[in-house]
Write a protein that binds this ligand. Sequence first.
Ligand SMILES: [Mg+2]
Length: 299
Amino acid sequence: MGTTFDEAVAAIAGADPARVAVVSDFDGVLAELTDDPADAVMVESMRRAVVELGNLGVRRAVLTGRRSRDVAALTRLEDIAHCGHYGAELLVPGGVEVDVPEEWARWTAPIAEFGAQRFDAPLRQIGVILDNSGGGIASFHYRHASDEAAALLRLREIAAEAEDRGMAVLWGSGLMEIRPPVTMTKREGMHRLLDGEDFDVVVYIGDTRPDIEGFRALREMVEAGQARAAVCIGVRSGYTPPELEAASDLMVDGVAGVERFLAEAGRSLALRQAGVAVEHAAATCPAGPRPAPAGLALD
Ligand SMILES: [Mg+2]
């Protein structure tokens, strides 16, 4: 913490928009959280705020745990980059092919096959769900399992077997994920999105623990001289991890707070651009007596 809402808006409004990047997580930030991720919706007013920043010349991108194409279908923003699977997948603006690092890509088929083979009838019967849509991550969800102890017992066996095969295992809330043994966090994702260019201001907006890695990448960019300033914005919700709040420069309230921030940044930037245009016009028009309006008699 330490940056006010107005200071963060002013940082964007005061910069050259071509040298500003606003990167955002999707779930809980651009769209309200839903029980079923497929039901997530980015409301039209939020979409307009993101589009408006783009019209003013600001670079925008989404960095998410979802798959790139899935999130691109939800934002319906074709002129921004969508970085998915915490950075493993990069879909550039207007891109067709998703770019995946070779070290990650070579694990996608073996992991999909391993996940499918281990998802047997006993696991299904107790209500474990497998999300094995490819892309390098097989997720076993046991949150709604009828027998959680039995589910955990079996999933621990599968996890040990995966590790024996050189795969990485990540346990989350109600789930066990099998992944490639490659460090891939939002830190790597942020560098994939922004490295190779210099910025005046870089912004990242996130609501959960993995987003802290995105903040870390922005601060690394400042230390490396790649960005002059970073603004790390946390989104406050009913489940905000204290670490996120501690790592944020500024907290906003919920998805509505994010929309307010983006809209306000756009409005301030547009006003400043209009002000510059007025000053420019005043400087280039020679000041002199104005011609009298036609029809007005001057005595
Ligand atoms: Mg989120």
